[in-house]
Design a protein around this ligand. Structure first.
Ligand code: NAP
Ligand code: GLV
Length: 309
């Protein structure tokens, strides 16, 4: 069995080592731009180039080294007609829980304001927020959104979630479909996005939708930057409608040096690290799925191209 490996950062040696250890019958074939693609059974890739995709029509499946599929689906008709399989959790849910819980607690306990006070040498206790009024709403009830909601619920926060299709999750007020979005937002104090980037979610968080949040709301975007209309968000922060924002993802990454987000004290920026691909977990999951495919069985996390995720 031959497995083609490609990453846009060029770091494939550790992946090759792990695949060959986990699947001794496999030979890994690292691919670099400009090289012809050798005949392979599977491709394991991240952020491929058009030149690579053109040559993947022969593989039995393409595995992604991440959860989001937008960087691949943007190639549209140029994508080969083979199954595309993304990572399902593979150690990302735990990291996402840590990141979002940290950000929610930081706002709930007003640490963001105490950080600003401390910088100015101010010793002053602020009135605590009331937990029963601090509803956290998570957009996206998938592999990552559900564990995040569960963890917040365990901490006693009122929680609600929004998805495309109806869900029934214990202790979570569930909303589904575009027609429920305004109602969902109007009762959400902390909005968390864990939606995939699709034509429907691109710019979803624009002035109209963000204005539905109650005054003094917070936003945590750990999904994809293009879901946020950046000038609208800035305007609402400056108007005082949004009290604090934590952004891990941006329309253009790395966030360009002159971007106004860098100088907005109410925005906390991290460099797309909320849930990193854990190579060992990823290889274990992909090897398991290759085994299922080789036995003619179905695998989870196959991308639905029509749905866009
Ligand atoms: P997932 O399991 O596919 O879940 C996606 C959820 O979004 C589903 O609940 C789906 O609804 C919902 N959804 C999709 N389109 C919708 C729409 N138009 N309206 C309402 N709900 C919609 O995805 P996941 O594994 O949880 O990952 C979510 C995203 O997180 C990824 O796509 C990726 O962009 C991002 N991510 C970011 C990082 C990072 O480090 N920042 C790391 C990993 C992933 P249904 O359940 O009804 O289908
Ligand atoms: C990271 O953003 C991923 O989609 O895995």
């Amino acid at each position: 069995m031959r497995i083609l490996l490609y990453r846009n950062d060029g770091i494939v040696e550790p992946w090759a080592r792990d695949f060959e250890a986990a699947l001794p019958e496999a030979e890994t074939v690292p691919w670099r731009e400009g090289q012809p693609v050798e005949r392979c059974d599977y491709a394991v890739i991240w952020a491929p180039t058009p030149a690579l995709l053109e040559q993947l029509a022969q593989v039995k499946a393409i595995f992604l080294m991440g959860a989001g599929v937008d960087a691949l689906l943007k190639f549209g008709d140029a994508l080969p007609e083979v199954p595309i399989v993304r990572l399902g959790d593979a150690g990302m849910a735990e990291q996402m829980v840590e990141y979002v819980v940290h950000a929610v607690l930081r706002y709930f306990r007003r640490f963001d304001e105490y950080e600003r006070q401390a910088r100015d040498g101010i010793w002053e206790a602020l009135t605590p927020h009331v937990k029963s009024e601090f509803t956290v709403g998570v957009l996206g009830l998938g592999k990552l959104g559900v564990p995040v909601l569960r963890a917040l619920r365990q901490l006693g926060f009122p929680v609600r979630g929004w998805s495309r299709t109806p869900k029934d999750l214990p202790g979570v007020e569930c909303y589904a479909g575009m027609e429920t979005l305004d109602a969902f937002l109007s009762g959400t104090r902390v909005l968390v996005s864990l939606l995939p980037l699709t034509p429907e979610t691109n710019n979803l968080l624009d002035r109209a939708h963000l204005s539905r949040l109650p005054a003094g709301a917070y936003l945590i975007n750990v999904a994809r930057g293009a879901q946020v209309a950046e000038p609208d968000l800035l305007a609402l922060i400056r108007a005082g409608h949004i009290a604090g924002v934590t952004l891990d993802v941006f329309r253009n990454e790395p966030l360009p040096a002159p971007h106004p987000f860098w100088n907005e004290p109410r925005i906390t920026i991290t460099p797309h690290v909320s849930a990193l691909t854990l190579r060992e977990d990823a290889v274990r999951q992909i090897v398991h799925k290759i085994g299922l495919l080789e036995r003619g069985e179905t695998v989870a996390d196959v991308v639905d191209r029509t749905r866009g995720y």
